[in-house]
Design a protein around this ligand. Structure first.
Ligand code: GAR
Length: 193
Protein backbone atom coordinates (compact mmCIF):
# COMPACT_ATOMS: atom_id res chain seq x y z
CA UNK A 1 0.00 0.00 0.00
CA UNK A 2 1.68 3.22 -1.17
CA UNK A 3 0.40 6.08 0.93
CA UNK A 4 0.29 9.84 0.42
CA UNK A 5 -0.36 11.91 3.55
CA UNK A 6 -2.27 15.18 3.12
CA UNK A 7 -2.11 17.78 5.89
CA UNK A 8 -2.49 21.50 6.46
CA UNK A 9 -0.73 22.38 9.69
CA UNK A 10 1.53 21.14 12.43
CA UNK A 11 1.79 17.59 11.09
CA UNK A 12 2.00 15.82 14.44
CA UNK A 13 -0.05 12.93 13.05
CA UNK A 14 2.07 12.70 9.90
CA UNK A 15 5.06 12.68 12.26
CA UNK A 16 3.51 9.82 14.27
CA UNK A 17 2.95 7.83 11.06
CA UNK A 18 6.50 8.44 9.83
CA UNK A 19 7.97 7.52 13.23
CA UNK A 20 5.93 4.32 13.19
CA UNK A 21 7.29 3.58 9.72
CA UNK A 22 10.88 4.18 10.91
CA UNK A 23 10.23 1.80 13.82
CA UNK A 24 8.99 -0.87 11.39
CA UNK A 25 5.45 -0.69 12.75
CA UNK A 26 3.55 0.12 9.55
CA UNK A 27 3.70 -3.34 8.02
CA UNK A 28 2.99 -3.20 4.31
CA UNK A 29 2.14 0.51 4.27
CA UNK A 30 4.83 2.73 2.76
CA UNK A 31 4.65 6.52 2.92
CA UNK A 32 5.57 7.76 -0.54
CA UNK A 33 4.73 11.46 -0.30
CA UNK A 34 3.44 14.36 1.79
CA UNK A 35 1.12 17.02 0.39
CA UNK A 36 0.20 20.29 2.07
CA UNK A 37 -2.15 23.05 0.96
CA UNK A 38 -0.74 25.80 3.22
CA UNK A 39 2.55 27.52 2.32
CA UNK A 40 5.11 27.23 5.10
CA UNK A 41 3.10 24.79 7.25
CA UNK A 42 5.21 22.78 9.67
CA UNK A 43 4.15 19.46 8.17
CA UNK A 44 6.37 20.28 5.17
CA UNK A 45 9.47 20.07 7.39
CA UNK A 46 8.83 16.35 7.84
CA UNK A 47 9.72 15.62 4.23
CA UNK A 48 13.45 16.30 4.47
CA UNK A 49 13.56 14.93 8.02
CA UNK A 50 12.20 11.53 6.99
CA UNK A 51 13.42 11.49 3.38
CA UNK A 52 9.89 11.61 1.95
CA UNK A 53 9.06 13.92 -1.00
CA UNK A 54 6.94 16.83 0.24
CA UNK A 55 4.84 19.07 -2.00
CA UNK A 56 2.81 22.21 -1.56
CA UNK A 57 0.89 22.61 -4.83
CA UNK A 58 -1.31 25.63 -5.34
CA UNK A 59 -4.75 24.85 -3.89
CA UNK A 60 -6.69 27.75 -5.41
CA UNK A 61 -8.37 30.81 -3.96
CA UNK A 62 -10.63 29.22 -1.31
CA UNK A 63 -9.71 28.22 2.21
CA UNK A 64 -11.70 25.03 2.72
CA UNK A 65 -12.39 23.67 -0.77
CA UNK A 66 -10.66 23.16 -4.12
CA UNK A 67 -11.87 24.44 -7.47
CA UNK A 68 -12.60 21.17 -9.39
CA UNK A 69 -9.79 21.61 -11.92
CA UNK A 70 -7.30 22.26 -9.12
CA UNK A 71 -8.48 19.16 -7.26
CA UNK A 72 -8.00 17.11 -10.47
CA UNK A 73 -4.43 18.42 -10.69
CA UNK A 74 -3.81 17.45 -7.06
CA UNK A 75 -5.12 13.93 -7.79
CA UNK A 76 -2.75 13.68 -10.74
CA UNK A 77 0.23 14.91 -8.73
CA UNK A 78 -0.53 12.56 -5.85
CA UNK A 79 -0.78 9.60 -8.27
CA UNK A 80 2.52 10.67 -9.86
CA UNK A 81 4.28 10.00 -6.56
CA UNK A 82 3.20 6.36 -6.82
CA UNK A 83 0.49 6.66 -4.18
CA UNK A 84 -2.51 4.35 -4.36
CA UNK A 85 -3.91 5.32 -0.95
CA UNK A 86 -4.49 8.69 0.75
CA UNK A 87 -4.52 9.59 4.44
CA UNK A 88 -5.99 12.94 5.45
CA UNK A 89 -4.11 13.83 8.63
CA UNK A 90 -5.22 17.31 9.61
CA UNK A 91 -6.15 18.26 6.05
CA UNK A 92 -8.59 21.14 6.47
CA UNK A 93 -10.05 21.19 2.97
CA UNK A 94 -13.17 19.32 1.83
CA UNK A 95 -12.40 16.52 -0.61
CA UNK A 96 -14.82 16.07 -3.50
CA UNK A 97 -15.32 14.02 -6.68
CA UNK A 98 -11.93 14.55 -8.37
CA UNK A 99 -9.98 13.05 -5.45
CA UNK A 100 -12.74 10.66 -4.35
CA UNK A 101 -12.90 9.17 -7.85
CA UNK A 102 -9.12 9.05 -8.35
CA UNK A 103 -8.74 7.10 -5.08
CA UNK A 104 -12.12 5.37 -4.90
CA UNK A 105 -12.57 3.74 -1.49
CA UNK A 106 -8.93 4.49 -0.67
CA UNK A 107 -9.03 7.78 1.25
CA UNK A 108 -9.25 7.84 5.04
CA UNK A 109 -9.53 10.76 7.44
CA UNK A 110 -8.67 11.39 11.06
CA UNK A 111 -11.16 13.43 13.08
CA UNK A 112 -10.72 14.61 16.69
CA UNK A 113 -14.04 13.45 18.14
CA UNK A 114 -16.05 10.28 18.48
CA UNK A 115 -18.07 10.62 15.27
CA UNK A 116 -20.94 10.98 14.58
CA UNK A 117 -20.67 13.43 17.49
CA UNK A 118 -19.11 16.80 16.70
CA UNK A 119 -18.36 16.68 12.96
CA UNK A 120 -16.90 19.73 11.21
CA UNK A 121 -14.51 22.37 12.43
CA UNK A 122 -13.15 22.73 15.99
CA UNK A 123 -14.43 19.32 17.08
CA UNK A 124 -12.40 19.41 20.30
CA UNK A 125 -13.76 22.84 21.21
CA UNK A 126 -17.31 21.71 20.36
CA UNK A 127 -16.99 18.69 22.66
CA UNK A 128 -15.39 20.77 25.43
CA UNK A 129 -18.12 23.42 25.34
CA UNK A 130 -20.83 20.73 25.35
CA UNK A 131 -19.26 19.36 28.52
CA UNK A 132 -18.94 15.73 27.40
CA UNK A 133 -16.99 13.49 29.77
CA UNK A 134 -15.82 11.14 27.04
CA UNK A 135 -14.61 12.19 23.61
CA UNK A 136 -11.75 10.92 21.48
CA UNK A 137 -10.85 10.44 17.85
CA UNK A 138 -12.09 8.58 14.80
CA UNK A 139 -10.54 7.21 11.63
CA UNK A 140 -13.10 6.84 8.86
CA UNK A 141 -13.44 6.33 5.14
CA UNK A 142 -13.97 9.55 3.23
CA UNK A 143 -17.08 10.01 1.12
CA UNK A 144 -18.98 13.03 -0.19
CA UNK A 145 -20.50 13.78 3.22
CA UNK A 146 -18.12 15.76 5.46
CA UNK A 147 -16.98 13.47 8.34
CA UNK A 148 -19.77 11.07 7.31
CA UNK A 149 -17.97 8.03 5.84
CA UNK A 150 -17.90 4.56 7.41
CA UNK A 151 -16.05 4.43 10.70
CA UNK A 152 -12.93 2.25 10.75
CA UNK A 153 -11.80 2.68 14.36
CA UNK A 154 -12.03 5.03 17.34
CA UNK A 155 -10.21 5.72 20.60
CA UNK A 156 -11.91 7.21 23.64
CA UNK A 157 -10.51 9.90 25.94
CA UNK A 158 -11.94 10.83 29.34
CA UNK A 159 -12.22 14.38 30.54
CA UNK A 160 -11.27 14.12 34.20
CA UNK A 161 -12.24 16.59 36.94
CA UNK A 162 -9.74 19.42 36.84
CA UNK A 163 -8.70 18.85 33.22
CA UNK A 164 -8.19 22.07 31.30
CA UNK A 165 -9.02 22.44 27.63
CA UNK A 166 -5.28 22.10 26.97
CA UNK A 167 -5.21 18.78 28.90
CA UNK A 168 -8.22 17.54 26.96
CA UNK A 169 -6.61 18.51 23.64
CA UNK A 170 -3.30 16.87 24.57
CA UNK A 171 -5.01 13.61 25.50
CA UNK A 172 -6.98 13.55 22.24
CA UNK A 173 -3.84 14.22 20.20
CA UNK A 174 -1.98 11.44 22.05
CA UNK A 175 -4.85 9.08 21.24
CA UNK A 176 -4.70 10.14 17.58
CA UNK A 177 -0.96 9.53 17.40
CA UNK A 178 -1.49 5.93 18.49
CA UNK A 179 -4.70 5.25 16.55
CA UNK A 180 -3.83 6.44 13.05
CA UNK A 181 -0.57 4.47 12.53
CA UNK A 182 -2.23 1.37 14.01
CA UNK A 183 -5.18 1.65 11.61
CA UNK A 184 -2.83 2.10 8.65
CA UNK A 185 -0.83 -0.97 9.61
CA UNK A 186 -4.04 -2.98 9.98
CA UNK A 187 -5.44 -1.85 6.62
CA UNK A 188 -2.14 -2.68 4.91
CA UNK A 189 -2.09 -6.12 6.55
CA UNK A 190 -5.67 -6.79 5.49
CA UNK A 191 -4.81 -5.80 1.93
CA UNK A 192 -1.76 -8.04 1.83
CA UNK A 193 -3.66 -11.12 3.03
C1 GAR B 1 -5.83 16.61 14.33
O1 GAR B 1 -6.34 16.76 15.62
C2 GAR B 1 -6.90 16.07 13.39
O2 GAR B 1 -7.77 15.17 14.01
C3 GAR B 1 -7.61 17.34 13.01
O3 GAR B 1 -6.59 18.29 12.83
C4 GAR B 1 -5.51 17.99 13.72
C5 GAR B 1 -4.24 17.99 12.92
O4 GAR B 1 -3.13 17.97 13.75
N1 GAR B 1 -8.39 17.16 11.84
C6 GAR B 1 -9.56 17.74 11.65
O5 GAR B 1 -10.08 18.50 12.45
C7 GAR B 1 -10.23 17.39 10.31
N2 GAR B 1 -11.55 17.87 10.29
P1 GAR B 1 -1.69 17.69 13.14
O6 GAR B 1 -1.48 18.66 11.99
O7 GAR B 1 -0.76 17.98 14.28
O8 GAR B 1 -1.63 16.26 12.70
Amino acid sequence: MNVAILGSGRGSNADAILRAQSAGLLGGARIVSLFCDIPGARILELGPRFGVPAFQPDAGPFKTKFPPEVEREWARRIRDTGADFVVLAGFMRVVKAPLLEAFAGRIINLHPSLLPAFPGLDAIGQAWRRGVRVSGCTVHHVNAEVDGGAIIDQAAVRREDGDTLADFERKIHEAEHALLPAVLARLAAAEAS
